[in-house]
Design a protein around this ligand. Structure first.
Ligand SMILES: *[C@@H]1O[C@H](CO)[C@@H](O)[C@H](O)[C@H]1NC(C)=O
Ligand SMILES: *[C@@H]1O[C@H](CO)[C@@H](O)[C@H](O)[C@H]1NC(C)=O
Ligand SMILES: *[C@@H]1O[C@H](CO)[C@@H](O)[C@H](O)[C@H]1NC(C)=O
Ligand SMILES: *[C@@H]1O[C@H](CO)[C@@H](O)[C@H](O)[C@H]1NC(C)=O
Ligand SMILES: *[C@@H]1O[C@H](CO)[C@@H](O)[C@H](O)[C@H]1NC(C)=O
Ligand SMILES: *[C@@H]1O[C@H](CO)[C@@H](O)[C@H](O)[C@H]1NC(C)=O
Ligand SMILES: *[C@@H]1O[C@H](CO)[C@@H](O)[C@H](O)[C@H]1NC(C)=O
Ligand SMILES: *[C@@H]1O[C@H](CO)[C@@H](O)[C@H](O)[C@H]1NC(C)=O
Length: 701
């Protein structure tokens, strides 16, 4: 079997850091701004684009990891990207670029794009109104960077293809997740729950890619947990726990290379993580410390805003580290012992479907229908991984006259049809009937399966809960195996693929209206509809039918129709008598391992550097033998943190921290910073590079 190889590419969009988290934790705040703005007859959200609210920094660089597998006649592409989710816009732009380069070789049929679901990535790459509002609009520089990163990773994989073999293995990672909506899970039938030992999926599935000599060249794995170890107070770009697992695996295999630079690629992809939290100390009231693991996740004093889950570490960095390490260690063990070879032909099936219009056969006598999209009240509550902030609680089966009034007055009254369709969900945001300036939510959704021999990858357009994922996998497996051509299929579910449609809970979980049920946007029969659709794809694959209808093409709104809520950044300023890159706060002359060395520079806005550079910083060690400086860390390193702070007058500081690991060799070091500043030359903005360096300092044991 001819096979993959894989490449990855740095990309990074500063100043949008903060925004992706808005989708989850501060969505409602933003909407309030909109409501207020509308009351003042202004659509402007400029009040929100307050410099104090635009924070920035970088902890771990984000990567796109691409795998191409070919059986000699057909090929499939699987890309795992360190972002919150893949959006329809992003996918369409990637597919357009691929078509220009490769013709029909890579298309919607055989390319799967999956987001890891980190909550500390950039935003701005969506074309539906709700997502644009929560992203500060459509941000060209953000989506361009992501598209280019993904396409470049595919280019590298394409150029590096060589013959090889794939082995599959799985094991259980028991300690890295808990169910954050156990009361919804418990509403699933008892006989069904009895079949499982846990209320989240603990299986970690790993593919080991080797060359013909048997040497490992890449790992691709799936595990179901939310990358929300970094909580909603974090302002630095980070790939979170799953990204840290990749980082550790690649660091171990690429000895001596800086992060992102060695040949070995290890991707940790998302799965049915809808209700799986990594905050394993569970929900507690932050004011009193008591448990708040209740149906409404509300605290006796202070209500729902006080109920949060944390752990297992003392702070979010330690929690990220522990969860990432757990997953990495287990994956490594499974990788090492993978003996079962994946062989056989490649197949794929893809369709676009109008998810607002699927008729589902409920039983032998009755059918039901999916709904136009809508979000319920409990959506605004957020979760124990990031509370909503407005005192809404989860498990709401009734609306509130006050908020209903605001909704009706400003956003329109939901039709009776939509209300009935979503019952028992009380509708907060009637997105399916809101089309100004563009539709608020998608109707046309991708469903897709690729198979590589006995492995089937089911690419789902959102966040399936644990039980939803189990039902879908089982249905696909059964369908694939029932036609005589395929047996012993291993079905994995790849999450956050191709387009974002929030959550998919089971019908029973939906009745409880926790956050996940309230965010199941096509109504109570959403899961049944997907099971029906994916069974159709599986049947097409198993029976080798070639004429599966393509379905209705999704819209591609023109750039003019999309709106942005963020202006391009102003020219940079600096304190009198300084230059960009000058040191404002110097390092100390010496440090011991375990301490933090930090230095502050006069900086330009990192937005100037989006496509222009590879790292904002280096940590360099002096080599006395050669009289040269050797780079030991860059900005993708776990040990380094880049903080960017803006002052009102357009001036900004870059502070670089080096958390000196215990493994550091004693010696002479320095910290360098690289950036770009914008200045006006004859009234036209010009971007220029700058760099700076700290004094040299000593590190001792
Ligand atoms: C939120 O609601 C709870 C009752 O559920 C109440 O005790 C608390 O004071 C409220 N908090 C705010 C900020 O309104
Ligand atoms: C986030 O984590 C930090 C520790 O790293 C903690 O101080 C803070 O309370 C946490 N915030 C939330 C909202 O969980
Ligand atoms: C989806 O189906 C609904 C109901 O039939 C229809 O009104 C709508 O126009 C369709 N949407 C698209 C984008 O085709
Ligand atoms: C089919 O489902 C409908 C609606 O849930 C229910 O009323 C009916 O009794 C069911 N029929 C059978 C045969 O299970
Ligand atoms: C919607 O339902 C309400 C209550 O059942 C009813 O009063 C109202 O007339 C209905 N509206 C329409 C447009 O049918
Ligand atoms: C800037 O440098 C000039 C020339 O060296 C000096 O006269 C002036 O006082 C300096 N200004 C400040 C604010 O340090
Ligand atoms: C470099 O090596 C020379 C000669 O071995 C020694 O004198 C000097 O102190 C060393 N410098 C540092 C910075 O270690
Ligand atoms: C930038 O650094 C200077 C010198 O350390 C400090 O006075 C100033 O407050 C810093 N500004 C910000 C926004 O951190």
């Amino acid at each position: 079997m001819r096979q993959q190889e894989s490449g990855h590419k740095l990309w990074f969009v500063p100043e949008f850091f903060f925004t992706i988290m808005l989708i989850y934790s501060h969505l409602w705040h933003l909407l309030l701004c909109l409501l207020v703005a509308l009351e003042r007859s202004s659509y402007s959200l400029m009040g929100y684009a307050n410099p104090n609210q635009v924070a920035g920094g970088l902890h771990m660089r984000l990567f796109s990891r691409a795998f191409i597998v070919s059986d000699g006649s057909k090929r499939v592409v699987f890309v795992s990207v360190d972002i919150g989710m893949v959006s329809q816009r992003l996918r369409l732009e990637v597919l357009n670029k691929l078509q220009m380069k490769y013709g029909h070789l890579y298309s919607q049929d055989n390319v799967v794009l999956s987001g890891t679901h980190t909550h500390s990535g950039p935003a701005g790459y969506f074309q539906y109104t709700l997502f644009m509002l929560t992203s500060k609009g459509y941000l060209k520089e953000s989506i361009t960077a992501i598209v280019n990163g993904i396409v470049e990773s595919i280019d590298r994989a394409h150029d590096n293809m060589k013959e090889g073999r794939i082995f599959i293995n799985k094991g259980r990672e028991e300690t890295s997740s808990l169910n954050r909506s156990p009361h919804a899970y418990l509403n699933n039938p008892a006989e069904e729950r009895k079949r499982y030992t846990s209320n989240t999926d603990k299986d970690l599935i790993v593919l080991r890619f080797t060359d013909m000599d048997g040497d490992g060249i890449a790992a691709l794995s799936w595990f179901a947990v939310h990358p929300v170890s970094m909580n909603n107070t974090n302002l630095m770009i980070s790939s979170d726990n799953m990204g840290y697992a990749s980082y550790l695996f690649e660091e171990e295999k690429n000895t001596g290379s800086l992060p992102g630079e060695g040949p070995f690629v290890a991707a940790f992809s998302s799965s049915n993580l809808g209700d799986a939290s990594p905050n394993t100390k569970g929900p507690h009231c932050i004011n009193t410390g008591e448990s708040c693991d209740s149906l409404d996740s509300s605290c006796p004093v202070g209500g729902p805003n006080m109920c949060m889950a944390m752990g297992p570490g003392l702070d979010m960095f330690e929690s990220t580290k522990i969860i990432g390490e757990n997953i990495y260690k287990k994956a490594k063990e499974i990788y090492r012992t993978a003996k079962h070879e994946v062989s056989g032909p490649i197949h794929f099936a893809h369709q676009w479907v109008n998810m607002t219009d699927v008729t589902v056969q409920v039983n032998s006598t009755h059918t039901a229908k999916t709904c136009k999209p809508a979000l319920g009240y409990s959506f605004a509550a957020g979760t124990i991984d990031g509370v909503g902030g407005l005192n809404f609680s989860q498990g709401s089966l009734e609306g509130d006259p006050f908020w209903d009034g605001i909704r009706d007055a400003l956003l329109g009254v939901p039709s009776n049809e939509t209300k009935d369709c979503h019952s028992p969900k009380p509708i907060l945001l009637n997105t399916g009937e809101m089309n100004q300036p563009l539709p608020w939510h998608p109707a046309i959704v991708d469903v897709q399966i690729i198979t590589i021999g006995s492995l089937a990858v089911v690419a789902v357009p959102g966040e399936f809960t644990t039980m939803s994922g189990r039902r879908l996998r089982e249905a696909v497996k059964k369908e694939l195996e029932s036609n005589g051509n395929m047996e012993h299929m291993e079905v994995v579910l790849a999450g956050l693929c191709n387009i974002y449609t929030h959550y998919i809970s089971t019908y029973e979980e939906y009745q409880v209206q926790r956050y996940e049920g309230a965010s199941t946007i096509y109504g109570p029969h959403t899961l049944s509809a997907y099971i029906q659709l994916f069974r159709g794809l599986a049947r097409a694959i198993a029976t080798v039918i070639n004429h599966l209808p393509k379905g209705p093409q999704p819209p591609f709104f023109s750039d003019k129709q999309l709106f942005t809520l963020m202006f391009s950044n102003q020219p940079d300023k600096k304190p009198t008598n300084t230059s960009f890159g000058d040191v404002l706060m110097q390092v100390r002359p010496s440090y011991r391992v375990g301490e933090v060395a930090d230095v502050t520079f006069v900086s330009g806005n990192p937005r100037n550097s989006v496509t222009r550079m590879k790292t904002f910083l280096t940590i360099e060690k002096y080599d006395n033998a050669t009289d040269k400086w050797e780079v030991v860390h860059n900005d993708a390193s776990w040990e380094t943190r880049f903080h960017w702070k803006k002052e009102k007058v357009g001036r900004s500081n870059a502070t670089i921290e080096w958390h000196i690991p215990h493994s550091t060799l004693p010696g002479i070091y320095k910290i360098r910073h690289f950036g770009h500043y914008k200045e006006l030359v004859a009234l036209k903005p010009v971007v220029k590079p700058y760099e700076g360096s700290s004094d040299i300092f000593k590190v001792d044991k």
